[in-house]
Design a protein around this ligand. Structure first.
Ligand code: OSB
Ligand code: MG
Length: 332
């Protein structure tokens, strides 16, 4: 068996501002790695390892070293626990797409039509309202809780902006994501203010699972995302609250969760409890997006997913060639 590690820089259409723990991080490009595996029978596998700054606990140099030092054992599945999530995902991807031409297969998958919520920022609302070509239906996702935590006016202004947008476009279903920015009380005030807005769900309004459950029990359509990324929890612990159908939706980010097997178990448990499944991206390159689309198709073909991160990339699947795997960093 041979293993190689490539690193590449994926250009973005415009600087990407991502909010994490109350800080705003700006990315001008996306650094990703590819783990290539050549098996003795001539088949190959290729996995993407793309830790997202601010969201992943690990970074690329650290993961590259780890993968190089334990390549054989990692690929053979002898080390799985405690592997950083992005690497675990890359290994699963390489295994799952093993075949005679995995690169071509992934690029083809990336051409699959999977519907996703259109990502938008609150700042774009005035432009959207003025734009005659703005679609009148569909699903859109907005990040909220972007104001200072202690600013009650900002909170109500955000809610009003969304409420007004929704009354202009009543057939657009809205997904909101607070990335754990509020207390229960703030979330409650925000949601009360939204009134009749066409809200499908709101992701992770509060920091803790208990707080989010409190809102869910009060009848709000709460979805979870970050909660699923706490891999120290046993699967039973993770599943306990939503095994009873408590969450409206589960937003599954395989790159941040790690094991595709674990994602699969989460999906099965959530679906049997009646929760909706959203497969979501972490700004992966077109190659991992191909794999994520395959998973979205397999797990929940009828859902609207969270893979519009694709539109942030300046390179599309159809233009993605082997050259884009980038620079060979090590092989063994
Ligand atoms: O907060 O859901 C998030 C992407 C990277 C990191 C965090 C998030 C996201 C997304 C992906 O919002 C798009 C989506 O889920 O629709
Ligand atoms: Mg989210």
């Amino acid at each position: 068996m041979q293993v190689a590690w490539y690193q590449s820089e994926i250009p973005l259409v415009k600087p990407l501002r991502i909010m994490t723990d109350g800080r705003v991080l700006t990315l001008t490009s996306r650094q990703v790695a590819y783990l290539w595996v050549g098996y003795d029978d001539g088949t190959q596998g290729i996995g993407e390892v793309a830790p997202l700054p601010g969201f992943s606990k690990e970074n690329l140099p650290e993961v590259s070293r780890l993968a190089r030092d334990h390549a054989g054992n990692i690929i053979q599945g002898k080390v799985t626990d405690n592997l950083p999530a992005s690497l675990q995902f890359g290994v699963c991807m390489a295994k799952t797409c093993r075949g005679s031409s995995p690169f071509e297969a992934l690029v083809t998958d990336a051409g699959q039509v999977i519907s996703s919520a259109v990502l938008c920022s609150l700042d774009q609302i005035p432009t959207l309202v003025a734009d005659k070509r703005q679609p009148k239906k569909g699903v859109m996702k907005f990040k909220v809780a972007r104001h200072e935590a202690k600013d009650p006016v900002g909170l109500l202004q955000e809610a009003k902006l969304i409420k007004d947008f929704s009354s202009l476009f009543p057939d657009i279903r809205l997904r909101l994501d607070a990335n754990r920015g509020w207390t229960v009380d703030q979330a409650q005030r925000f949601l009360d203010q939204l009134g009749e807005a066409n809200l499908e769900f709101i992701e992770e309004p509060c920091r803790t699972e208990e707080e989010n459950l409190t809102l869910r029990k009060a009848g709000w359509p709460i979805a979870i995302d970050e909660t699923l990324q706490v891999n120290q929890l046993s699967l039973e612990q993770t599943m306990r609250p939503y095994a009873a159908g408590k969450w409206h939706s589960l937003v599954i980010k395989p790159t941040l969760i790690g094991s595709v097997g674990r994602c699969r178990q989460l999906v099965a448990a959530a679906q049997s409890a009646g929760s909706n499944i959203v497969v979501s991206g972490s700004y992966e390159s077109p190659l991992a997006l191909g794999f994520l689309k395959r998973l979205a198709q397999e797990w929940s073909p009828g859902s609207v997913h969270g893979l519009d991160t694709e539109s942030a990339l300046a390179i599309q699947a159809a233009d993605f060639t082997k050259r884009h795997l980038g620079e060979l960093i090590w092989q063994r």
